[in-house]
Design a protein around this ligand. Sequence first.
Ligand code: S3P
Length: 173
Amino acid sequence: MNIVLVGFMGTGKTVVAKKLAKMRGMEYLDLDDVIESDRGQAISQIFAEDGEPSFRKLEKETAARISKLDNLVLATGGGVVLDPDNVKNLKRNGVMICLEAEPEVIYSRVKDQTHRPLLNIPDPMKKIRELLDARAPYYAKADFLIDTSDLTIDEVVGEILKIIKTKRTKCRK
Ligand code: S3P
């Protein structure tokens, strides 16, 4: 079974997924990293040269392919949940956990980073609020939600371990 982390940019998917994979002896993969290495281009370059729809197409193809693998902790890009096929594919062999955070927390975590095309704009805080509002129903499709605003990385990992344990116990019954 895979553990699939979804959620908005800056909610901690990558750091949490890496740590969790190490602790559980599972393989860590980041969907955006796979796209970048397949294409030999950074995500920001794909957005700039081919546009967001092309990126979403690549994201969809890659999600479908990776969903067939097993024993992964997968970090995904913040927009992967927008396509219902991605959610269906990623859930098929995995538990989908959404990491959330307050807009101010997200802003403080991403403000010094420049690699995110959607936030590399004059008023990222406004954009964060708009996107969070628009995406809320999509993130709600995850099996579990964890608000990471006041949690350390270790605490988030701990919450996920609890979820997995509960899920296992339920399956055995
Ligand atoms: C995106 C999030 C990014 C990346 C791309 C689009 C989004 O990933 O996939 O820039 O639509 O929210 P992270 O969530 O890992 O930053």
